[in-house]
Design a protein around this ligand. Sequence first.
Ligand SMILES: Nc1ncnc2c1ncn2[C@@H]1O[C@H](COP(=O)(O)OP(=O)(O)OP(=O)(O)O)[C@@H](O)[C@H]1O
Length: 317
Amino acid sequence: MALELDSITVRYGRTEAVSDVSLSVADGEVVALLGPSGCGKSTLLRTIAGLEKPTSGVVSWDSADLAGVPVHRREFGLVFQDGQLFPHRTVAGNVAFGLRMRGVDREERDKRVLSLLELVGLEGYAGRRVTQLSGGEQQRVALARALAPSPRLLLLDEPLSALDRVLREQLAVDLARLLREAATTALVVTHDHDEAFTLADRVAIMSRGRVVQVGPPAEVWSAPVDVETAKFLGCTRFVPGSFVGLDLERVGLRATALRVDPDGLMEGTVLERVHRRDHVRLLVEIGGAEYEAVGPMTEVGDRVRLAIDLDGVARVG
Ligand SMILES: Nc1ncnc2c1ncn2[C@@H]1O[C@H](COP(=O)(O)OP(=O)(O)OP(=O)(O)O)[C@@H](O)[C@H]1O
């Protein structure tokens, strides 16, 4: 394993921000640390970077303990939410920064900067001032800057959350592609499950300082470890498996679990209707209880038949 965390605990006074976390990231792997605000994700990332000292536990790289290794000697790249670019430098000046610090000669630096700008889709931007760029472009520059010295690990703390939703979705896809193209080993902190599942080979779910589940996106999505995790991953109702025809004690239903379908086996009454970006979301009453469902257009009060979409159903616990 490239990065190995062994029983990391980080306390600030009486607050235990990170509790006994063990996790590894393999060479070339992208792992997402996913959890709600305040669960300790950033603290864990900062501890790996060397910006915080663990109260106990070991951070190691290729089996070597990093305790005595300062931030700038870890050879890790860092990208934060707001990029933190040097405002008085050009795009090229920002990307070249780490290379200049390392004494890389000008010709090689220029070559590397151009190839990185191409990688992040900013060809032709080298001479621009970073203050003239959009938020999304600035984050691409921050990423190119972090990748420039070929870090052995890239640490990204909410790299897309300052951007608006449409841009965030687009950039998450781009980021996933370019992390793979550059064969980067990376740990990404995010509170957004769509982002985590788009980017990562494995997702580690954090809750109150602990890692409660680690697995490939499809596994975590379809079988959250407990009700709290299932709620965090979009399940709004919990019912016996028999409700959806599964032989399971309990399943979680996402808003997409039920769909209006004339051939559906259940019947319900529409209580509410909300228009979303690309579909209609309904609240329906089935057998005296309320459930979310995906429409076509219907009127409040309509009787509808409903079918189950198993992609919206999670096995819980
Ligand atoms: N420097 C600090 N001093 C004291 N408490 C801190 C410090 N940094 C973080 N904490 C506390 O540790 C806990 C975890 O915070 P952390 O920022 O790691 O969570 P997070 O999951 O990254 O949340 P967010 O997404 O909101 O940044 C919180 O209760 C926070 O208040």
